[in-house]
Write a protein that binds this ligand. Sequence first.
Ligand code: GDP
Ligand code: MG
Length: 177
Amino acid sequence: ADSFDEECDYLFKAVLIGDSAVGKSNLLSRFAKDEFHLDSKPTIGVEFAYRNVKVGDKVIKAQIWDTAGQERFRAITSSYYRGALGALLVYDITRRETFEHLKKWLYELREFGCSDMVVVLVGNKCDLGSSREVNLEDGQSLAQLEGLLFLETSAKENLNVEDAFNQMIAKIHEVTS
Ligand code: GDP
Ligand code: MG
């Protein structure tokens, strides 16, 4: 089982942020447990999951925090961000408003997050291409402007999910070592 004292070289905390229903919890369950849920319910209380990732010859235990649905009330507090070295900032490619709200999320990240936090911008639900409201290029150019890593993912089809987390973890390792 995946326990705290399992052998690892580093422990990193990272957070998931973004509007409600963009797929944060499913990205995490896909990454941590290889599970996807069609109707996911906001969890009670802040939850996190662990997964060990190998970067070079080091084993990194990533502790990924998920919101308990507080984002619906714009009530994510500074303690959620405390100590986080990375963030997955998620929007839904089929809902333009979730992309427009990224400015607000970036502002909050800069207010509460550490200054050299590694941020991966994630356009989720890329399996729903026919309902797309945000072009790939829009995501790319925002990421370039803000200095973020960028990927489109599908938690449902398991596309790029590993990559999104692994790129963040590898980058954290790079900037902290
Ligand atoms: P959260 O509020 O950001 O944590 O979002 P959830 O993970 O709870 O997902 C919200 C809804 O979107 C659920 O009905 C999920 O099944 C669905 N969903 C999440 N990721 C994907 C995806 O990649 N593709 C599709 N088609 N649906 C998704
Ligand atoms: Mg959730």
